[in-house]
Design a protein around this ligand. Structure first.
Ligand SMILES: Nc1nc2c(ncn2[C@@H]2O[C@H](COP(=O)(O)OP(=O)(O)O)[C@@H](O)[C@H]2O)c(=O)[nH]1
Ligand SMILES: [Mg+2]
Length: 225
C-alpha cells in the first residue's frame, strides 16, 4: 500500500486475480446459531435496503447474479454468505431502514445483523454502503454506533456514483470523511463506487485483499519492500 492509503498497479492486479477465482453462494443464515464456522476471513456489507449491497458483491466477483439484486427493497432478510475460492467470505447483511417491513420484522433483521457483528472474530471489516445521491442520513447512525460499540472496523463506501457528477461525488467523499472523523472504529478514507459502471471496484478489491491479509499469488520480478 502507498503512504496515502491507495494501491499500486501490482496490488490492483493481484486483487483482480484474487476476485477472478470461483465465487459461490454458501448459505443464508436466519439466526446466529446458523452461522458458518469462523474459519476464514470475512468482510461484511451493510446498508439501507436498496443501497446496492447485492450489486456491489456481484460487481466485486464479476458475476451478474451471484447475490440476488432486487428492485424490491427489504427482500434480503438473511445474512447471506458468499465464498471466494475458500479464501474469503463476503457477507451480505440484512438491509435496514425500510418502512414497508413491520417494526417487529425490521427489528428482527437488525438484531441478527448486530448479533453477527458482535461476536464474529473472523470479521476483518464491515463496509457501510451509502447512496451517493443521499449521503449519510440519521438512519445510518445506528449501524455506525453499533460498529463503534462492537469495535468492528468499518469503512464507508458510496454507491451509485455513476448517478452523480464527479465533482459532486468528490465533495460528498470529503463531507463524509469529515463527518466520521471522530468515530473510533471508522476507517478514515471513504471510497466511491459504481457497480454499474465499475468505478472504484478494482480499488475496493485491493482494500479487501489487504484487509484480509491475502498474500498475492502472482509471480513478479520487482521486489516490493
Ligand atoms: N445506477 C446504478 N444503480 C445501481 C448501482 N448499484 C445498484 N443499483 C441499483 O439499485 C437497486 C438496488 O440494488 P441492490 O443491489 O439490490 O441493493 P441492496 O438492497 O442493498 O442489495 C437495483 O435496482 C440496482 O440495479 C450502481 O452502481 N449504479
Ligand atoms: Mg440485496
Amino acid at each position: 500500500m502507498k503512504t496515502d492509503g491507495t494501491f499500486d498497479e501490482a496490488e490492483i492486479e493481484a486483487a483482480r486475480i484474487l476476485f477472478a477465482r470461483q465465487a459461490t453462494f454458501l448459505m443464508g443464515a436466519v439466526s446466529v446459531d446458523g452461522l458458518p464456522p469462523a474459519d476464514m476471513p470475512e468482510v461484511a456489507f451493510a446498508g439501507r435496503s436498496n443501497v446496492g449491497k447485492s450489486s456491489l458483491i456481484n460487481a466485486l466477483v464479476g458475476h451478474k447474479k451471484l447475490a440476488r439484486a432486487s428492485n424490491e427493497p427489504g427482500r434480503t432478510r438473511e445474512v447471506n454468505f458468499f465464498v471466494l475460492d475458500d479464501v474469503i467470505r463476503l457477507v451480505d447483511l440484512p438491509g435496514y431502514g425500510w418502512a414497508r417491513a413491520s417494526k417487529v420484522t425490521t427489528k428482527k433483521f437488525q438484531n441478527l445483523g448486530r448479533d453477527y457483528l458482535r461476536g464474529r472474530v473472523n470479521l476483518k471489516r464491515a463496509y457501510l454502503l451509502i447512496d451517493a445521491r443521499h449521503g449519510l442520513k440519521d438512519v445510518d447512525k445506528e449501524p455506525m454506533d453499533a460498529f463503534d460499540k462492537a469495535a468492528v472496523s468499518y469503512q464507508i463506501i458510496l454507491t451509485k456514483a455513476d448517478k452523480m457528477k464527479p465533482a459532486e461525488v468528490e465533495a460528498l467523499v470529503a463531507k463524509t470523511q469529515a463527518a466520521i472523523i471522530k468515530r473510533p472504529a471508522a476507517f478514515p478514507r471513504v471510497l466511491s463506487t459504481s457497480s454499474e459502471k465499475g468505478f472504484g471496484i478494482p480499488e475496493l478489491r485491493a482494500e479487501i485483499a489487504a484487509t484480509c491479509e491475502i498474500v498475492p499469488r502472482i509471480e513478479s520480478d520487482d521486489q516490493a519492500e
